[in-house]
Ligand binder design. Structure first.
Ligand SMILES: [Zn+2]
Length: 137
């Protein structure tokens, strides 16, 4: 029998809101599992900066379709720094799923380089960060 006592929230954001989604995580002080999908990478820093849970063990982000320009505007270093602060002492897993969408006919995207690009900036997260990129033509 598999039972889970995790407290989690699921939030979905649409990227057409202009200002980006707004998540209030301040009340979730005993949050252990957080999954947020459909966001742009540029809001990651805002989200992780607004988590007050000291019990968080797993964070799963699924970004909305991204391109290389999106990925390179994310403040990866700062995101990693926030996640290594004492408030995240129990954090064991950060899963980050990305979808690559090319908006041009001739597909010459460089999503193959995303993982290395992000890894180079998030090395302090070491092996708790798991990155995956799905490629769509
Ligand atoms: Zn791609």
């Amino acid at each position: 029998m598999r039972s889970s006592w995790d407290v989690g929230i699921q939030a979905h954001h649409y990227c057409d809101s202009g200002g980006g989604g707004r998540v209030n995580l301040r009340q979730n002080t005993r949050l252990r599992y957080l999954r947020i999908s459909g966001i742009l990478g540029t809001i990651l820093l805002y989200i992780v900066s607004h988590i007050d849970s000291f019990d968080l063990e797993t964070i799963h982000f699924k970004l909305a379709g991204s391109n290389t320009r999106n990925i390179k505007t994310v403040e990866w270093k700062q995101v990693a720094q926030v996640l290594t602060q004492p408030g995240f002492v129990k954090l064991q897993n950060v899963d980050l799923d990305m979808d690559c969408y090319s908006d041009t006919e001739s597909h010459d995207c460089s999503c193959v380089g995303w993982v290395a690009y992000i890894r180079a900036r998030t090395s302090i997260l070491d092996n708790i960060l798991h990155l995956s990129v799905c490629h769509f033509d």
